[in-house]
Design a protein. Structure first.
Length: 395
């Protein structure tokens, strides 16, 4: 089959971007042809066997035919802090027109059998107007956007009316969609996110060498890690408060990611007199593999989380995860792979971290990695997605 994938964000830096890239890679392994349309604000690297069709926006690089503003997102993105709610009417019309042209071009030249778009949002609505079967994956931030503003209601309702199938990525994601829009329950399916097991896997690394690569020259016995966007919903402030209760000279708290809260979180760390907290910015997937592998525990303290791709990436590297008991997180974390704690409970979070680093709770890294691969490897998850494609193509 020929699949046109569409995403509102680049293929790096967001969960849905990585989701799109992982699906594309797995589809090509199965012999399918793939084209991806997505926004970008920097020159892209080619991906073997995948046709890329970027729509360029302006950031730091000058690129021919780029729109003269940065691409919008729901909250923040490592490459852009502009949101859909900041767009002027003129910018919104330019945004739509560029993607109408891109999708029309690929419908005419690539001629896909299926369009698989991400987010119940603007680009999915545009794709719905073409005479191709449309599948949409809901990632959660789109539903938050729907609840935040009525500006895009027309696009959202167009997607819900015309999509042949809507993929949700967790039980909570599925429940929320069907609670808000019960009329779509007959075309909603649950298929969890997968991860690239060629990138994330259990591996032994020298802890000091990895830290030096991150420009951290102090030796640490234990490492607690957060990976993700620095926004309020991710609950990084809860982790910083917890750190006041577990911090020791030999314990490092690593915070990987970028976002609008960076400066305020750095200020908070100083005000809390935290000594061993390092903000290391956005990291490549290869660097994240090393970071997960040298970490004693990864913390996902989200106030809301549709799925949590970071969780399965960490578990794939054999590292247990402590996650808040919200959204799709309880679908993933089991007593053998990590711990759930009550949202916003920094005292409970600190106690769970102490239980792990003091060896009161011991996890089997090999079991964690293997069980995660068995359940969430993208090459296995993709078969469920392809089944959806086939049923629609054969109608």
């Amino acid at each position: 089959m020929k699949i046109l994938l569409i995403n509102h964000f680049p293929l790096e830096g967001s969960g849905s971007g990585i989701y799109t890239k992982n699906i594309a890679t797995s589809l090509t392994k199965k012999g399918h042809q793939v084209c991806i349309i997505m926004p970008e604000n920097r020159k892209i690297k080619e991906i073997e066997k995948i046709k890329l069709h970027p729509v360029y926006f302006k950031d730091k690089e000058e690129i021919i035919n780029q729109l003269l503003f940065n691409f919008p997102c729901f909250t923040t993105h490592p490459y852009s802090n502009k949101t859909f709610y900041d767009l002027t009417n003129n910018e919104l019309e330019q945004y739509k027109q560029k993607f109408i042209e891109a999708i029309k071009d690929e419908v005419d030249t690539f001629n896909p059998d299926i369009i698989h778009s991400n987010h119940i949002w603007i680009l999915s609505s545009i794709a719905a107007n073409f005479d191709k079967p449309l599948i949409v994956t809901m990632h959660g931030t789109d539903l938050i956007g729907y609840n935040k503003t009525k500006k895009y209601d027309k696009e959202i309702l167009n997607v819900l009316s015309n999509a042949k199938k809507i993929i949700t990525v967790s039980k909570d994601n599925y429940r929320l969609l069907n609670t808000v829009f019960p009329n779509v329950s007959n075309k909603t399916v649950l298929i969890p996110n997968g991860y690239n097991d060629k990138v994330f896997f259990l591996q032994t690394y020298n802890k000091e060498e990895v830290l030096k690569e991150l420009k951290i020259n102090k030796k640490y016995n234990k490492i607690i890690t957060y990976v993700g966007k620095l926004v309020e919903v991710k609950g990084i402030d809860i982790l910083l408060k917890a750190a006041t209760l577990y911090q020791r000279e030999d314990i490092l708290t690593l915070i990987a990611g970028e976002g609008v809260l960076l400066e305020s979180l750095q200020k908070m760390a100083k005000e809390l007199k935290l000594k061993n907290v390092e903000f290391i910015g956005n990291q490549t997937q290869e660097n994240l593999r090393k970071i997960y592998n040298i970490s004693d525990v990864v913390v996902v303290p989200s106030r809301s989380e549709a799925f949590g791709l970071v969780i399965i990436e960490s578990l794939a590297c054999g590292t247990p995860v402590i996650g808040s008991n919200v959204g799709g997180i309880p679908d993933i974390i089991t007593p053998k792979t990590g711990i759930l704690f009550d949202k916003n409970d920094y005292i409970g979070l600190a106690q769970n971290i102490l239980n792990i680093i003091n060896n009161k709770l011991i996890f089997d890294s090999k079991f964690i990695a293997q069980s995660t691969k068995d359940k969430y490897s993208q090459d296995k998850i993709i078969d469920n997605v392809i089944d959806v494609y086939k049923k629609l193509k054969n109608r």
